[in-house]
Design a protein around this ligand. Structure first.
Ligand SMILES: [Zn+2]
Length: 592
């Protein structure tokens, strides 16, 4: 099915799901009611007797698995806390109907997953349309990646029943949504109509299909100006947002959005939004925020730099707009739309903003399985975020040193006996910030800087993005793509970094002279292998750097480096720029 080279290959298949959704937000009870048509295409070679559907709002249902677990909130760097019980909020989704061809279908719910019996089996190349109606109360707190602030701000994700991925590796993927593990979703097109109180402004995945009905002439004129501007244009000014928020416009307004080739659809709405917009290469870059959010006047410039940087480095952003909304959510990503909180410190604000947009590459474009392999989206994304932060803050102390924190994190988090390998499922991870975010970012940094070199590394990762955009890569597809493009055998690297918690301890044990050759006796005292960089200092004060390939460890944990020289070696330092997480640096130096 998948090619041995790590490419999808000619026989690769994946399912397709298209959605037409009509929904209404009733602010009186903060209830969303919707109906949808799901058009599902079976591209697999298998005949399906039932389908699995995700109903994530049941994470808030009474007696949900999440409540039963009584799990502590997830803590992230910078103090972000994700409480997946919504601080005790009791909600959940009600499925009013789930039909095909007018007939109600048998279904059984298991928490956030629902199995639906098909009226007749769905053969290969068969299609079926589901007619679904549902409603749920919006949680008043954002820890579950979506929520609201009173009736003034709604940030809405995981809000409509959607297909579970059926793939060639696991078949159905109905791992429950209980908190730490995010989403795995099919690609398709969306046509979404949202009816809200008339005073609300809506930001969403997709393009507004009825601009005359929802935007004023002035807003449309400013938006046209923004489409030609690399600087943020105020589409709704602070004064306008404040005035609008103070009014209570009667009635409702219906917003119509369409989106192509996306794996999800999310939206946010408020009567209080300020709205800035700019553009880069035809991509509209939008920031929506409440009037007093600080430092959000700079957020549009941050977003503009982010989209340009990631596009130029890893592959062009593929959708018509990139939009971020300030609000209560601590940070969450959807296609074309991200939720980001206001954070006082500029560097931290940039980090969360660029991180959520980095998710447009992983996993919105490269549609990996987040529920099993968060290191393939959070981790790859965290890696590219360092490049983004280094670019935006270039020339500042922060920009020039921020990536060093990965080694600090290693010392804090890679605790022998407690650390878990990257391949651990997120719901079983005791330190998700380390295993899903920071360690994979360190892994890719070392792969780039110590193993492949920048050009080869970037070429290989770009090729992975190109091959797997709008598709579902598995870990092996990533490993094979990097190895095939770089021409390097990296089994030893993935084994240590992904499947084990091997630690690195390179040592220079002694140095002797033998005629015109200096013999440098090295040993590998940990379980991880990496190439060795030696810095040699000679009696005449000169220095020299030697790179030794990783194959030096093929025959064992001791290696003698032979350095042709007539000069006396007076000092040897391993890893002189301290880029490795070497657990004992005292033995990196000779003489000790
Ligand atoms: Zn993330």
């Amino acid at each position: 099915m998948r090619s041995a080279s790590g490419a999808p290959g000619p026989d690769y298949w994946q399912q397709r799901a298209d959605y037409v959704i009509r929904a209404t937000l009733d602010t009186a009870g903060s209830v969303i009611r919707g109906s949808e048509r799901i058009h599902y295409e079976n591209h697999s070679p298998d005949t399906l007797a039932f389908v699995w559907v995700q109903i994530e709002q049941n994470i808030f249902a009474k007696n949900s698995v999440t409540y039963a677990l009584n799990q502590p909130p997830l803590h992230f760097a910078g103090g972000a806390v994700f409480d997946f019980t919504g601080k005790g909020f009791i909600g959940g989704i009600t499925i009013e109907r789930f039909r095909a061809a007018g007939r109600e279908l048998g279904r059984s719910e298991y928490g956030t997953m629902m199995r639906v019996e098909l009226p007749r089996t769905l053969p290969p190349r068969g299609t079926i349309d589901f007619d679904v109606a549902w409603d749920f109360p919006v949680p008043p707190y954002g820890g579950g990646r979506m929520g609201r602030i009173g009736t003034r701000l709604y940030e809405i994700g995981q809000w409509y029943p959607r297909m579970v991925v059926y793939d060639d590796v696991q078949g159905w993927n109905p791992l429950p949504y209980i908190g730490a593990g995010e989403f795995y979703l099919e690609y398709g097109d969306f046509d979404v109509t949202l009816t809200l109180p008339a005073g609300f402004v809506v930001a969403a995945t997709g393009t507004v299909a009825n601009p005359l009905a929802v935007w004023s002439a002035e807003q449309r004129a400013r938006l046209a100006q923004a489409r030609a501007s690399t600087e943020g244009v105020q589409v709704i000014t602070k004064a306008e947002a404040t005035a609008r928020g103070a009014q209570r416009a009667p009635g409702t307004k219906t917003w119509h959005f369409t989106a192509q080739r996306v794996r999800d659809f999310a939206w946010a709405a408020s009567p209080d939004f300020r709205w800035d917009a700019s553009a880069w290469k035809g991509i509209l870059i939008q920031t929506f925020y409440r009037p007093d959010a600080v430092p959000w006047e700079e957020a549009n410039r941050m977003a503009w730099f982010t989209i340009k940087h990631f596009s130029e480095t890893w592959g062009m952003y593929p959708w018509p707009h990139a939009t971020t909304v300030e609000g209560l959510i601590e940070g969450m990503e959807y296609p074309m739309l991200t939720f980001v909180p206001a954070i006082d410190r500029r560097e931290d604000q940039y980090w969360v903003l660029t991180h959520e947009f980095g998710h447009e590459w992983f996993p919105m474009m490269v549609g990996s399985d987040e529920r099993r392999y968060p290191w393939m989206d959070e981790g790859f994304n965290t890696f590219i975020d360092y490049g983004s932060a280094e670019g935006y803050f270039k020339g500042t102390a922060y920009g020039d040193t921020v990536r060093r924190e990965l080694l600090t994190d290693y010392r804090v988090s890679a605790v022998p006996g407690a650390e878990q390998p990257l391949i651990t499922k997120p719901v079983e991870s005791r330190d998700l910030a380390w295993t899903a975010y920071q360690k994979p970012a360190l892994m890719l940094t070392i792969l780039r800087d110590a193993v492949l070199g920048n050009d080869t590394f970037e070429r290989a990762l770009r090729e992975y993005v190109r091959r797997w955009s709008f598709r579902h890569p598995q870990p092996a597809d990533f490993f094979r793509t990097i190895e095939n493009v770089s021409g390097r055998d990296l089994d030893w690297f993935w084994r240590a970094w992904v499947y084990t918690t091997a630690r690195l301890d390179q040592s220079v044990d002694s140095v002797t002279a033998a005629g015109d050759t200096a013999l440098v006796f090295l040993s590998n005292r940990g379980q991880m292998v990496l190439p060795v960089t030696l810095e040699l200092r000679y009696a005449d004060g000169s220095t020299e750097t030697r790179d030794l390939p990783v194959e030096m460890w093929n025959l064992g944990s001791r290696f003698t480096a032979r350095v042709g020289t007539n000069k006396a070696v007076t000092r040897v330092v391993i890893d002189p720029h301290a880029i490795y997480p070497d657990v004992d640096r005292a033995n990196n130096r000779w003489p000790r």
